[in-house]
Design a protein around this ligand. Structure first.
Ligand code: 13P
Length: 249
């Protein structure tokens, strides 16, 4: 069985500054250890500074296309050439505010892998979808869009982040049991196609994770770490969350 390693990722969204890179990177460098992957997703212009400070980094999105006339977009190859290793794809804010559908997200996933970036595929249901018992259906469709385009084997070099939309930035975290149930559903779904791959797949939870709830979330069998928004902008909180992930997988 492939052994998984916990990961804590910080998504700064459209926040942060060079000063914060300096502050956070110092703290991260003191906390880094071989038993935990820590990855930061600052806004594009801060990626070089984050990398220079020694922190593994990625972008929050990429363009699905190869270079060309796409004003304002950022080419995945450029992100890779900077030295970044990851990119988020399909974050719920990209899906809802920028109208990215599952086809676009699958195209971005493919483009990331083409240039050698590891995609972190974000999936999750809205509040009304949960209330209507559609969580599994929604999450399955978001993952199937990638499997249908690229085959299940493409998930081997990727990470999945389950982020219920109703828990993002709201202070309403999924309970450890609620999150575990969806993580298990995702792993079982993929295991039905390739059980080795599913066992080795890192599945992160995101949505109002903080230093108080991270330990109980990360203790769940199928939760391999977290994708942290607001709390990744505060060194003390983020480091406490990182420490709570050590030794949990
Ligand atoms: P919050 O941790 O601020 O809820 O954000 C979660 C998120 O969207 C990470 O990608």
């Amino acid at each position: 069985m492939t052994k998984r390693k916990p990961m804590v990722a910080g998504n700064w969204k459209m926040n942060g500054s060079l000063a914060l890179v300096e502050q956070l990177s110092d703290a991260i460098n003191e906390t880094k250890s071989a038993e935990l992957d820590i990855v930061l997703f600052p806004p594009f212009p801060l990626i070089p500074a984050m990398l220079k400070a020694g922190v593994i980094s990625g972008s929050q999105t990429i363009c699905e296309n190869e270079p060309g006339a796409y004003t304002g977009e950022v080419d995945a190859q450029l992100i890779k050439d900077l030295g970044a290793q990851y990119t988020l794809v399909g974050h719920s804010e990209r899906r809802s505010i920028y109208k990215e559908n599952s086809t676009t997200v699958a195209n971005k996933f493919a483009r990331a892998q083409n240039v050698g970036l590891t995609p972190i595929l974000c999936v999750g249901e809205s509040e009304s979808e949960r209330e209507n018992a559609l969580t599994e259906q929604v999450v399955a469709a978001q993952i199937d869009a990638v499997i249908e385009k690229l085959g299940v084997a493409a998930l081997k070099d990727s990470v999945i982040a389950y982020e219920p939309v109703w828990a993002i930035g709201t202070g309403k975290t999924a309970s450890p049991e609620q999150a575990q149930n969806v993580h298990k559903f995702i792993r079982d779904k993929i295991a039905a196609l390739d059980s080795n791959l599913a066992q080795g797949l890192t599945i992160l939870y995101g949505g109002s994770v903080n230093e108080k709830n991270s330990e109980s979330l990360f203790a769940q069998a199928d939760i391999d770490g977290g994708l942290i928004g607001g709390a990744s902008l505060k060194a003390d909180s983020f480091i406490a969350i990182c420490n709570s992930a050590k030794g949990t997988v």
